[in-house]
Design a protein around this ligand. Sequence first.
Ligand code: FEO
Length: 163
Amino acid sequence: MLNNKIEKILNEQVEKEGYSSSLYLAMASWAEVNGYAGIAAWLYKQSDEERQHMLKLIGYINERGGHAIVPAFKEPPAIQKSVLNMFEEVLRHEQYISQSINEIVALCLEEKDFTTHNWIQWFVTEQIEEEAQSQKILDKLSMLNESSLYVFDRDIMSLRNNG
Ligand code: FEO
């Protein structure tokens, strides 16, 4: 059974993962209309993954006797300044999410909820991967000029597939 504090922080994470899904969906749409089909595909997939993270949280909260609440999500920005700028934002956002997961870990210890502490470790590991991916993309992007961006657009899917 979840205590109120743990239920509350997990529900806050539902909102954050749902917003992440919307944020990446909006970025995907922007990339698509600007001719970056590969980047758009990467972001659509990322958006799906964030929705899965949200569903994972909802499933756990309900399974443990809580009530997962689906909130309103704020509207993500529709326009990006540049591809580079957008991926800087992706990395910043993932760092923010990692911090948020760490706060859940800390609260679990404080509240002696070792079941949730154990369960949330999946997210801890996932965040290492998500930050590493975003950093890898940024490293590649920082070496490119405008014309080679289209070559990068074709390569980004294999970047994901190769980890
Ligand atoms: Fe679900 Fe990218 O954090």
